[in-house]
Design a protein around this ligand. Sequence first.
Ligand SMILES: [Zn+2]
Length: 347
Amino acid sequence: MSRMFDLVKQLTELTGPANYEESVQEVLRELWEDRVEELRSDPVGNLYARWGGSGRRVLIGAHADEIGLLVKSVTEDGFLWPTSGTGGSEMNPPASFNVGQRVRVVGDRATLPGTLVTVTGHVATKEQRDRGVPGWKDIFVDVGAADAGELEEAGIRPGCPIAWDVATRRVGNTIVGKAMDDRAALAVMTSLLETIPKEDLRCEVHLVSTVQEELGLVGAIPAAAEGFDAALALDVGLAGDIPPVGMDQFPARLGGGPILGYKDASVHYSREILGELAAVGQKIGVPTQPAVFLQYGSDGAAWIRHGLPAALLAFPTRYTHSPFETVNAGDLLGLRDLIGAWITREK
Ligand SMILES: [Zn+2]
């Protein structure tokens, strides 16, 4: 339990928005290198590990990138205007990015701490006070710079990422922090390597940590071209166990075990693999929660589109795409044990 928390904390606290996943891939290299037969990266930054075993070629994957903003422009006084870092447009308010959140702005030469801020209290005009939900023209970033020259020195320019700066912590029965999506899944994959002896594998197991999932499953596409027979996409699963949602809308809860995802916004996942996982879970006493997600996608959708049968296997998560994503360590251990039993079973 404690090792799982340490792995989740180590991986979620890294700054790795889309196109800046290197720090995550580097830490994974260190965690994985002594336990796998081969480690390599592809030209777009996906990290692959051939773990071991022989027979059916199985891919287990999760994504390294996290939700983030981008610098849209820099003012002469040294403030930053943000824009979306995950596709989409500015038609909607900046979603989970809110005033008061601590951030890191990653420049070409230095990373600066900052705060997402807006006009407040005494200096706000009546119109600004009445505006309600802050929009893209209300929220900006203050890094405490004296002028634009200091940002120039750090190499901060339009296109630099702005990531949340949050310490991951235990809260009651949960773990709370940013980037559970999808680093908690990378922690599960690391824990698999640390607990399952390679000799027990009954298929040829490969791991992948993909890039740019949050923009539209980008890194998953080259991974699909590697000729695997089956894949598991590990990702956050939507939980309904909070007051404004409800189990009738999202019938999965924290502590209820791994979620078997049957469908998301764009694909139906492999019934065959999901059936195998459900049966394995029953056999080893790990409860699973079947679900369908609507406003949701995973690397598994890209894999199916490119000819690789895939299942979505998720851990229940509250408040997805926020800096307070909330998970349960027991679910992560259950997910690990379920995958472990699936790749070591005699067929
Ligand atoms: Zn995700």
